[in-house]
Design a binder for this molecule. Structure first.
Ligand code: NAP
Length: 500
């Protein structure tokens, strides 16, 4: 199944008039087309309520891929593969009509009944769509049917479980592709390779040599026009339950016995199971929440979260989370993994810092101070690369060392375009490779972990919001979280050097 490099399928996008389709899905499918990863035997059907025509959809598709055009890609020809059907997700007649269209397109494009149903719509419709697809026979074809689901997958463990049960009545687990777009990022996929393909790191990847790991995912944007959604979500549900915990799992998992989706998943699940559970009363010892106040970001004055559109002026929603995770297993006992994510922070970047333990004895000094610890930094975005921070001799001074860095950047110099996360994930789904999608077991364990924190924060209103200035790296309590363990956050500047 994974060997076909030009898989033939029809992609049905539910929510084709929406933002995700326009900004991510159409451009990603176009890039696959340009790279010759799609044969001419494919079609995309867009559905939504708006009474668009094929031509209207095609002109929107052309607009959204405008910037990606090149001589070797015929945009007109690409757009001619797109079809539109006005759709009411609750009306069975819409599904019957869609089924006819798909059968016709199967014949026209020589596709053997392979269908991807991509739900780029609000999650409240997922269950209805999944069961109607099955009941109206859209999944009963000669070929395969796969369901792609966007975040958020539920609001907490009970709602995620209910949603999963609904979907599972129509699709098997191996037909469900839950998107976590971080798993499509080049350097997130590279974590496993860095770890398991380097004799240098793997023997040291444990509590004997690593003192702590830090994962930061910061944004400069605020909530923009998504205040209503964000008020019911917050940074914990929006970022920690999915992306941050997925990165933790990849960093901490044991080497899988094979690189199959099942083996990798099983190792990730073990990490999530080993996360130290907290009681609601202990959450404050491990987690810090924040909400941005006004400030200056990228030289612009910006308003506070509680002044944003559709946001309660007395909002208890967190726009920042930092936390200390402990993985209670043999490899990681005693090593804190710190995570931090927030909006309206100083820089947009996602980075992982692995800090190695200090040497047992210091023979060299750096400006009169102890030498720097060795750090391995994995740059996830916007730069994609790794930097290894070492110490070397300072010229002409015998007992003095100076920090140096070995820097590898995948996309810095020539700005080589690595594939977009969505491009990779859509292609993986077409080929039936579920490695970089989240299994229900992972979703379930992540929600169980996060639910304790949300409960603690819902029970007790934050009395200090807003508590960090826009353009900063979060509230001071986040620094204190590490300081009490004798650590501090490593902030990495744009040229990959360490900020003091
Ligand atoms: P959006 O811009 O609001 O689009 C929603 C789509 O659903 C529109 O095409 C809308 O079209 C359609 N729709 C709404 N109600 C419908 C109904 N009753 N029947 C048929 N179609 C209906 O939302 P989005 O930003 O694209 O997000 C879509 C999903 O992706 C959400 O689950 C979101 O959480 C997730 N997501 C989005 C992003 C992003 O960057 N945008 C990132 C991660 C996850 P009509 O109005 O024409 O019906």
């Amino acid at each position: 199944m994974m060997t076909n490099t030009q898989p033939k399928s029809i992609i049905v996008i539910f929510g084709a008039t929406g933002d995700l389709a326009k900004r991510k899905l159409f451009p990603s499918i176009f890039r696959l087309y340009k790279e010759n990863k799609l044969s001419e035997d494919f079609a995309v059907v867009g559905v939504a309520r708006r009474p668009w025509t094929n031509d209207e959809l095609r002109s929107n598709v052309k607009k959204s891929v405008e910037k990606l055009q090149s001589e070797n890609a015929d945009v007109e020809k690409f757009a001619s593969h797109f079809y539109y059907q006005p759709f009411d997700v609750t009306d069975v007649a819409s599904y019957q009509q869609l089924n006819h269209l798909l059968s016709d397109l199967d014949k026209q494009y020589n596709v053997p009944g392979n269908r991807i149903f991509y739900l780029a719509m609000a999650p409240e419709f997922f269950g209805t769509i999944a069961s109607n697809l099955k009941d109206e026979g859209l999944t009963s074809t000669e070929g395969w049917s796969r369901l792609v689901i966007e975040k958020p997958f539920g609001h907490n463990h009970p709602s995620a479980k209910q949603l999963n049960e609904q979907i599972r009545q129509a699709f098997n687990e191996d037909q469900i592709y839950r998107i976590d777009h971080y798993l499509g990022k080049e350097m997130v996929q590279n974590i496993e390779v860095i770890r398991f393909a380097n004799a240098l790191f793997e023997p040291m990847w444990n509590n004997q040599y690593i003192s702590n790991i830090q994962i930061t995912s910061s944004e400069t944007l605020g909530v923009e026009d998504r205040g209503r959604y964000y008020e019911s979500s917050g940074a914990l549900r929006d970022m920690v339950q999915n992306h941050m915990l997925q990165m933790v799992a990849l960093l901490a998992m044991e080497p899988p016995i094979k690189l199959t989706p099942e083996e990798i998943r099983s190792e990730k699940v073990k990490v999530l199971r080993a996360l130290r559970k907290m009681d609601v009363t202990e959450v404050d010892d491990y987690f810090v929440r924040g909400q941005y106040g006004k400030g200056i970001v990228e030289e612009q004055e910006v308003q506070a979260y509680n002044e944003e559109q559709s946001v309660d002026p007395d909002s208890n929603t967190e726009t920042f989370v930092s936390g200390k995770l402990m993985i209670d297993n043999f490899r990681w006992a005693g090593v804190p993994i710190y995570i931090r994510t927030g909006k309206r922070m100083k820089e947009k970047s996602t980075e992982i810092v692995v800090q190695f333990k200090d040497l047992p004895m210091n023979l060299y000094f750096n400006k009169g101070k102890n030498i720097h610890p060795n750090l391995l930094v994995i740059h996830i975005q916007p730069d994609e690369g790794i930097t290894l921070h070492l110490n070397a001799r300072k010229a002409d001074s015998a007992a003095t060392s100076t920090p140096i860095k070995l820097d590898y950047c995948n996309n810095c110099g020539d700005k080589m375009n690595t594939p977009e996360a969505y491009e990779r994930l859509i292609y993986d789904c077409m080929r039936g490779d579920a490695t970089n999608f989240t299994h229900w077991d992972e979703v379930s364990l992540s929600w169980e972990f996060v639910d304790t924190i949300s409960q603690a924060w819902a029970d007790k209103k934050a009395d200090n919001f807003p508590n960090y200035e826009s353009g900063s790296m979060g509230p001071k309590e986040s620094d204190a979280l590490l300081a009490k363990d004798g650590f501090h956050w490593w902030n990495i500047s744009k040229n990959h050097t360490l900020e003091d």
